[in-house]
Design a protein around this ligand. Structure first.
Ligand code: NAD
Length: 315
């Protein structure tokens, strides 16, 4: 039975991934510290359907604590690490750059050290489209330049990819950095625009729109992302790869709001303010490489995905 260590498994993507992994035989150890970025109760709800299963170990703890990782996980053996734990979000990283560095960079290095010491040979890292910074040459391919990030969060994800290359080269650990493009769907983080806007629309509260509505995002449905991650656990053709997981389509902020209005059958009250520092004007993924290496395909179109999000949201 495959033994998997999943970090960040109480979060939006991690908990959905856990459920998918558990559809096949595996032993799953989940580490999460219920970081207070959003309420613990939300994360407890995310994991409640699988935390009691006999093949699941849930361990509460902080990946940035080197000694804790070594002692808490000492007795376990793993075949794969799926490293999703992070402080997520671009804007909050500007207020807390050291906190982001601590979890996202030191935490990642701690896990790579753990992999080295325990001889774990497959490491999948949740990277982000934010590494591309401001790059008008779209769609973005994995060979594009990423050494000019424009937020602390993005810089921590670049750092994670760089550390991965070091450990892959020196210690023969297969490292796959998957660059997720704005993930949405059931359980989406409450700080993300779709979730925030849906809540405001339903409560007849104004939504804050940054800029003139022309910024564009490549939104990727959660199940598509999860399929890409699962596929990466089996990839064995090379030792280090960076792979975009996106939808290969952009939706403008105004279009996104229109679709929310249609699906929720309610008009939004829009309060326009200036664009935020750290935000990029467009994200747009070329997913050719993911198709070739991971047999990945973004199957869910945006409207369909928003309908599924709504079903979850209104319960
Ligand atoms: P999330 O906040 O829902 O999940 C992250 C989980 O990590 C949380 O449960 C949190 O408690 C945990 N965590 C945070 N700090 C920790 C620490 N020090 N020790 C242990 N656990 C800790 O976020 P998400 O949207 O599910 O994102 C998952 C991963 O995907 C993150 O690495 C994120 O940067 C990356 N990502 C997400 C998106 C997106 O659109 N959601 C896009 C690009 C990349």
């Amino acid at each position: 039975m495959r033994r998997i260590l999943l970090t960040g498994g109480a979060g939006f993507i991690g908990s959905t991934l856990a459920e998918k992994l558990l559809e096949n035989e595996c032993h799953l150890t989940i580490v999460d510290n219920f970081d207070n970025f959003y309420p613990r109760q939300v994360k407890e709800k995310n994991i409640k359907n699988f935390i009691q299963l006999s093949q699941v170990n849930f361990i509460e703890g902080d990946i940035s604590n080197t000694g804790w990782i070594e002692s808490a996980l000492a007795s376990f053996e793993f075949d794969v690490i799926l490293h999703l734990a992070a402080k997520a979000g671009v804007r909050p990283s500007i207020a807390d750059p050291l906190g982001y560095q601590e979890t996202n960079v030191k935490g990642t290095q701690n896990l790579l050290e753990f992999a080295r010491k325990k001889n774990i040979k497959q490491f999948v890292f949740a990277s982000s489209s934010s590494v591309y910074g401001i790059n008008g040459n779209t769609p973005w391919t994995e060979n594009d330049y990423v050494l000019r990030p424009i937020s602390p969060y993005a810089s921590t994800k670049v750092s994670g990819e760089l550390l991965g290359n070091v450990y892959s080269h020196l210690f023969n650990i297969r490292f796959l950095a998957l660059r997720f493009f704005t993930v949405y769907g059931p359980r989406q983080r409450p700080d993300l625009a779709i979730h925030k806007f849906a809540k405001s629309i339903l409560n007849d509260e104004p939504i804050t729109m940054f800029g003139d509505g022309n910024t564009k995002r490549d939104y990727t449905y959660i199940d598509d992302i999860v399929d890409g991650i699962v596929s990466a656990t089996n990839y064995d053709q090379s030792m280090y790869e960076v792979i975009n997981l996106g939808n290969n389509q952009t939706i403008s902020l105004s279009e996104m709001i229109n679709i929310l209005e249609q699906v929720f059958e309610k008009k939004a009250i829009i309060n326009k303010i200036a664009e935020q520092p750290g935000d990029v004007p467009i994200t747009y993924a070329d997913i050719t490489k993911a198709r070739q290496l991971l047999n990945y395909n973004a199957k869910t179109n945006f409207e369909e995905g928003i309908i599924k999000f709504k079903d979850w949201f209104i319960g």
